[in-house]
Unconditional design. Structure first.
Length: 149
């Protein structure tokens, strides 16, 4: 959807010479490249999260980058887009992937913190006042730092 909004907003024309087929509509950013970056990136993220092997994680992310890059190359080969259209699509898909993964991680961390608070015996709340240390009360310490002077 984000690619569609940008396409309609910018309205950049496609290249005049197209190798195969005839495409209508605007060119920037490439919707195919945007979707490839987002979908294959998300697939790599999900599969990489399910393995603990660093080598497999690198292989999954490399494969996702290669497939998204190949999708972009096919758009150039077919004459459907300019290079900047494809690069813009890959950047937009990568940005969308980054936002989704960041939001998922943030929600997961907030949920984990809430669960940790609920699992405490006091329900995450305490009726006790915080203990004031000599430093917090503004009292000077001994030279060796062992306690109040």
């Amino acid at each position: 959807m984000s690619a569609r909004v940008v396409v309609l907003h910018l309205g950049r024309q496609r290249p005049a010479a197209q190798a195969i087929g005839h495409w209508i509509g605007y060119a920037f950013p490439s919707g195919h490249a945007t979707k490839a970056a987002a979908v294959y990136g998300m697939l790599a993220a999900l599969l990489a999260a399910s393995t603990s092997s660093w080598g497999r994680k690198v292989a999954l992310w490399t494969a996702a980058l290669l497939v998204a890059g190949l999708v972009g190359l096919t758009r150039l080969y077919l004459g459907a887009h300019w290079l900047t259209d494809v690069l813009g699509g890959l950047a937009l898909g990568g940005a969308w992937l980054f936002l989704v993964l960041t939001a998922a991680r943030t929600v997961d961390e907030l949920r984990r913190q809430t669960t940790a608070k609920r699992s405490r015996p006091d329900g995450g709340h305490t009726d006790r006042e915080p203990v004031a240390t000599p430093v917090a009360r503004g009292e000077p310490l001994r030279r060796d730092g062992s306690g109040p002077a």
